[in-house]
Design a protein around this ligand. Structure first.
Ligand code: G3I
Length: 512
């Protein structure tokens, strides 16, 4: 090893979560065991005590003192995007703004997130570039700042809007080739700009002996579901990408731009979804948080401060949720100023704390793994104890045999006084389907379940969520993941899977 590399390793060889804490002034990684410990008075100190970073997106002209006082992580809002720093052959240019940010971060003990290497938007001179050119740019950018960048968003916003679960079709995702046409990009022979960009980034990090972590980042992926309880297909697609390419990916950014778009609301299963990704072994970050202050909207209408509290709590309760970054300092300087989605008002360095700021600080000071009263999940006191919950399809109403082919009602579960039962609902279209399986505990609580079902000939499962899966055709078995194995007596949990072909007449068998 050459001596300069050895020097770099010496400086940066500390594991990153530890580095976060060292950088913010010697705070310890776990909550203080002293019940009398005074509450911290800045976001960064409170976050450090809980073992995560609390960051902000910024531009070089907004590096006011508050940046280093309140935050211990910095994301370049625009200054590390290809349209700013890439040349058409993958070289670097105009890195002055990025350098200013990195230097400011370093002198204020802040981690840096590089944002972003491969993106369909703000691509600048790279628009339409080949994978080879993207790879050149990836190498140049990562090596330019080395370990001074703790996290790089290697791929940003690869998935389509509107909860389709598909990848975008515009460049660079048009470089994807699904060679065997099976609907995924994970087979040998497929080309995949996501995979290939991560492979390149991983090579660069390894060759340089860097500790920089490699992230994939997207929005509308935060919950397991979107408005109305519909499965979040975009999140499921991201999950499959991370699961398939886990060896290249260290971290996942849930952008967390929350607003009243049906796919962008805060759902009660946010924490469960963070946990689902964390269970893959990656760090999860809430990487670009803003929360629309639209109190007239019932979906997020608990009030902005309470919504912030809820989002921060969801991260704090998952050990591998290692950072939260807000997308700007103050409402008026946000690129979405009309949503008033940030923690401060004011401008030009003169900022005032909002109620949302105090809620976030308070929640951070409460530390990790606090059980908050979950008002939305408290069972109604009038619920009859022995009958299934009203959301379960009534067993006495036999599904009509002429049910329309696109929405098949759940199958009737066999009687199951203890153990568990399962029903399956199908949404089908020509050539494909999504199945939602509801697992219901019998008269005793269960702690772990598995569901077996047999697909008709020609049907194949392409991805699943909220369950581990073995097999993809014929008899397929699903079992609980860490966060949904425990089900109280008479209560239910759901998992889902997507497939190709026609999936009719499946009878799930549940074992607890
Ligand atoms: O710098 C030019 C300036 O010279 C010119 O006078 C002005 C005229 O419009 O434009 C300025 O550039 C703007 C740039 O922000 C810097 O302010 C662009 O027009 C504007 O499009 C650009 O918007 C950025 C946006 O990404 C573009 O997609 C926002 O600042 C930035 O906050 C936003 O960030 C994205 C993340 O990268 C990815 N996730 C979503 C997120 C926003 O929610």
């Amino acid at each position: 090893m050459d001596s300069s590399l050895r020097r770099r390793r010496k400086v940066f060889s500390v594991a990153l979560p530890t580095a976060v804490l060292m950088l913010v002034g010697g705070a310890v990684a776990v909550q203080s065991s002293s019940p009398a410990a005074a509450a911290e008075t800045t976001l960064r100190a409170a976050a450090a005590r809980a073992g995560l970073f609390f960051g902000v997106a910024a531009s070089p002209n907004r590096l006011y003192p508050i940046v280093g006082q309140e935050f211990n992580q910095l994301t370049a809002e625009n200054d590390m995007k290809p349209d700013r720093i890439a040349t058409s052959n993958g070289g670097l240019q105009n890195t002055g703004g990025a350098d200013t940010l990195v230097n400011h971060a370093q002198s204020n003990g802040m981690l840096v997130r590089g944002h972003t290497l491969v993106w369909h938007s703000q691509a600048g001179a790279l628009q339409g570039a080949s994978q080879a050119t993207l790879n050149t740019f990836i190498g140049n950018a990562i090596n330019r700042w080395g370990n001074r960048i703790a996290y790089w968003d290697v791929v940003n916003e690869a998935l389509e809007d509107n909860n389709t679960g598909r990848r975008r079709t515009q460049w660079p995702h048009s470089m994807n080739r699904d060679a065997n046409g099976d609907g995924d990009f994970f087979d040998a022979g497929d080309t995949d700009v996501i995979r290939d960009s991560f492979i390149r980034a991983r090579q660069v990090v390894q060759a340089g002996g860097l500790t920089t972590k490699l992230c994939i980042n997207d929005y509308d992926v935060e919950g397991l579901t979107v408005q109305g309880g519909t499965p979040n297909r975009k999140s499921n697609a991201l999950y499959e990408i991370v699961r398939n390419y886990r060896q290249y990916i260290d971290c996942v950014g849930f952008q967390a731009h929350f607003n009243d778009n049906p796919n962008s609301i805060i759902t009660d299963d946010l924490q469960a979804n963070i946990q689902r990704f964390a269970d893959l072994g990656v760090e999860v970050h809430l990487s670009e948080v803003d929360i629309d202050d639209d109190l007239s909207n019932n979906d997020i209408g608990a009030g902005q401060a309470e919504n912030y509290r809820k989002v921060v709590r969801a991260c704090l309760n998952v050990a591998k949720c290692t950072g939260i970054t807000v997308w700007g300092i103050s409402d008026s300087e946000s690129w979405r100023s009309s949503e008033r989605g940030l923690l401060f008002t004011g401008g030009n360095g003169n900022y005032q704390k909002k109620a949302a700021y105090h809620a976030v600080l308070d929640e951070l000071n409460r530390g990790r793994n606090v059980v908050t009263p979950p008002p939305t999940t408290v069972p109604p006191t009038t619920a009859p104890p022995t009958t299934p919950p009203p959301t379960t399809a009534p067993p006495t109403t036999a599904p009509p045999t002429t049910a329309p082919p696109t929405t098949v009602p759940p199958t009737t579960p066999p009687p199951n006084p203890s153990g568990c039962s399962a029903t399956v609902s199908l949404n089908s279209w020509p050539g494909g389907f999504v199945a939602t399986v509801r697992v219901t505990a019998g008269s005793s609580p269960i702690n772990g379940w598995s569901v077996q079902l047999t697909l008709p000939s020609g049907a194949t499962v392409t991805n699943a969520w909220n369950a581990n899966r073995s097999g993809n055709s014929g008899t397929v078995r699903f079992s609980n993941v860490s966060y949904n194995g425990a089900v109280s007596a008479g209560q239910s949990t759901e998992f889902g899977f997507q497939g190709t072909g026609a999936a009719t007449g499946m009878t799930p068998v549940c074992t607890a």
